[in-house]
Design a protein around this ligand. Structure first.
Ligand code: ZN
Length: 290
C-alpha cells in the first residue's frame, strides 16, 4: 500500500476511528507554524499544519522544509498539508519539491472550478498520480464551495455534493481525502449556516473508512455545529481566520507600544490559544500517542 505510513492519513484514520476531529490550521508564517505546534504539544493533540499556495510560492522549498521540520520533530503527530492548490504553478512547485525530497505529507488538488465532474477528474487525476509516486495522498473537492478567503480564488456559484457520485469520483481521481460541499462556504457567512449533514452521513456510508472527509469554510461557525459535523463523520477540519485574526490584532496592537520580540511572542500565544480551544472542542486534546 502506497500510503501505509503516511502522516496525514495516520492522523485522520485514528481520529475517524475514535470519533474526534483534527484541526487543520492555516499558517501564514513561521510564528503561526510555531504557535500551532506549541499548542498541539501543550494539549497533547495531533494536528495538521496547513499552507495556502500563496505561502508556498512566497517561502518555497526552504519554508516548506522549515514547516516539515517543525511538524515532524514535534512530540505529537503533526503533518503538513497544502490547501487549495488550483493553479498549475502551485501544483508544479509542490510536486517538483516533493520529487526533490521536500514533500508535503498531503496536498489538495482543487479542480472544483471545473464545469463538470468529468472535467474535474480530468484536471485532478494526472496530479494525483504524480503525487502518489512521491507517497503523497491527495484531497479533492466534489461539488463547489462558494466564497473566498485571502489568497484563494473567489467563487460565486456553489454546487452541493451529490453523495451518489462520490465513490466514482474518488476512484476516478485516485484521491484519498474528500472535501464535500454541504452548504459550507469560504469566508464570511452572510446568512446563518444551513449544513446538509445528511450528505456527510451518506458519504461516510458510501466511502467506507479509507476516505476521510474534510470540512472547509469554518469561519464563524458555532461550536455546536463543529461537534455535529464531527459526530456525523467529518475528521479533518480546516480553520483559517479563527487563529489568524487574533494573531494579527495582537501583533499590530503590540507593535505600537512593545519591543518586537515581545509583541511577536504575545501574538504567537494568541494564535496558540485559538488552536488550543479547537483541540478541546474537537476532542483531539490528549489523543496524541493514544
Ligand atoms: Zn477551503
Amino acid at each position: 500500500m502506497v500510503f501505509s505510513n503516511n502522516r496525514t492519513l495516520r492522523i485522520l484514520y485514528e481520529a475517524q476511528k475514535e470519533g474526534y476531529g483534527i484541526l487543520a490550521q492555516v499558517c501564514y508564517d513561521a510564528q503561526s507554524a510555531i504557535a500551532l505546534v506549541r499548542a498541539a504539544e501543550r494539549c497533547q493533540s495531533p494536528a495538521i499544519l496547513q499552507l495556502f499556495p500563496v505561502t508556498l510560492m512566497y517561502g518555497k522549498g526552504p519554508f516548506l522544509q522549515f514547516c516539515l521540520n517543525l511538524a515532524h520533530q514535534a512530540t505529537v503527530p503533526i503533518s503538513v498539508h497544502l490547501d487549495h492548490a488550483t493553479d498549475i504553478e502551485h501544483l508544479e512547485l509542490a510536486l517538483s519539491l516533493a520529487e526533490q525530497g521536500i514533500a508535503f505529507d498531503s496536498i489538495m488538488v482543487d479542480a472544483s472550478h471545473a464545469e463538470t465532474d468529468e472535467e474535474n477528474i480530468g484536471i485532478a487525476r494526472p496530479y494525483v498520480e504524480r503525487a502518489k509516486k512521491c507517497g503523497i495522498p491527495v484531497e479533492v473537492e466534489l461539488g463547489r464551495l462558494e466564497g473566498g478567503e485571502a489568497g484563494l480564488r473567489v467563487i460565486s456559484d456553489s454546487k452541493l455534493t451529490d453523495p451518489r457520485k462520490a465513490e466514482t469520483f474518488i476512484k476516478e481521481t485516485g484521491a484519498t481525502i474528500l472535501a464535500p460541499s454541504i452548504g459550507n462556504l469560504h469566508g464570511s457567512y452572510l446568512r446563518p449556516p444551513n449544513f446538509r449533514l445528511e450528505i456527510v452521513r451518506e458519504l461516510r456510508k458510501t466511502l467506507g473508512d479509507q476516505v476521510p472527509i474534510c470540512l472547509h469554510g469554518t469561519d464563524e461557525l458555532p461550536d455546536e455545529l463543529f461537534r455535529e459535523c464531527i459526530k456525523n463523520g467529518v475528521s479533518k477540519i480546516n480553520v483559517n481566520s479563527w487563529a489568524r485574526d487574533p494573531y494579527v490584532q495582537v501583533l499590530s496592537e503590540g507593535l505600537k507600544t512593545k519591543a518586537m520580540p515581545e509583541a511577536i511572542e504575545e501574538a504567537t500565544e494568541a494564535f496558540a490559544a485559538a488552536c488550543e480551544r479547537f483541540f478541546r472542542l474537537f476532542g483531539s486534546a490528549g489523543k496524541a500517542g493514544v
